[in-house]
Design a protein around this ligand. Sequence first.
Ligand code: GSH
Length: 221
Amino acid sequence: MNRLFHVPLSPFCRKVRLVLAEKRIEVELVEERYWDPSADFLRRNPAGKVPVLKMNGLTLTESTPICEYVEETQPTPALLPKSPEERFEVRRIVGWFDDKFHTEVTSNLLYERVNKKVMGQGYPDSKAIKTGAQKIKYHLDYMAWLLDHRRWLAGDHMTLADFAAAAHLSALDYISDVDWNRSDVVKDWYAKIKSRPAFRSLLADQVSGFPPPPHYSDLDF
Ligand SMILES: N[C@@H](CCC(=O)N[C@@H](CS)C(=O)NCC(=O)O)C(=O)O
């Protein structure tokens, strides 16, 4: 049985979960408290990070290489396009979310509000939260601009880029930090991806001490 060591609201783990589910690859989810790492966990990943995927006798780390490995070993349904130019665009957008969006938004909002409490690292920093709340606006506007030009974020087909973005936004939606009224195209895009069967497991997540708002799992939010 494949096994994914994860934490429920980690955007990197969510991206891997979405890719595995979209490809109908079954996986056992094991929660890993990476802030209190066991020797076993550090043996699996000396970097001390989640996600870690055990699959095909391998121990795989780093979410994007994991997703690309899964894509190469199970190419259907395809989450990377055929041409190098289209693949470049997917990878650029995955990088945008996992680097820029993560630093400017996810870290300032999710990690301040949830991770600090769960890890016993004190209270949220209101300045960081203000920065994250400000920065998410132009990211949503950038997504709206992309979606005004294409059906999905990286082109006319759903790709890994959409799952990378949805992984971050869904984790932020869990704590009501996404203003879905800012852009109709972004809301429509999220409604489309949220209604995929691959999303079900994410919508069922529950983090102790942080109940999700009712709209989080509502497909008609
Ligand atoms: N580049 C890594 C980032 C993974 C990552 O930072 N995961 C966080 C949880 S969201 C983590 O495990 N942090 C622990 C640490 O940095 O020590 C990936 O894409 O998998």
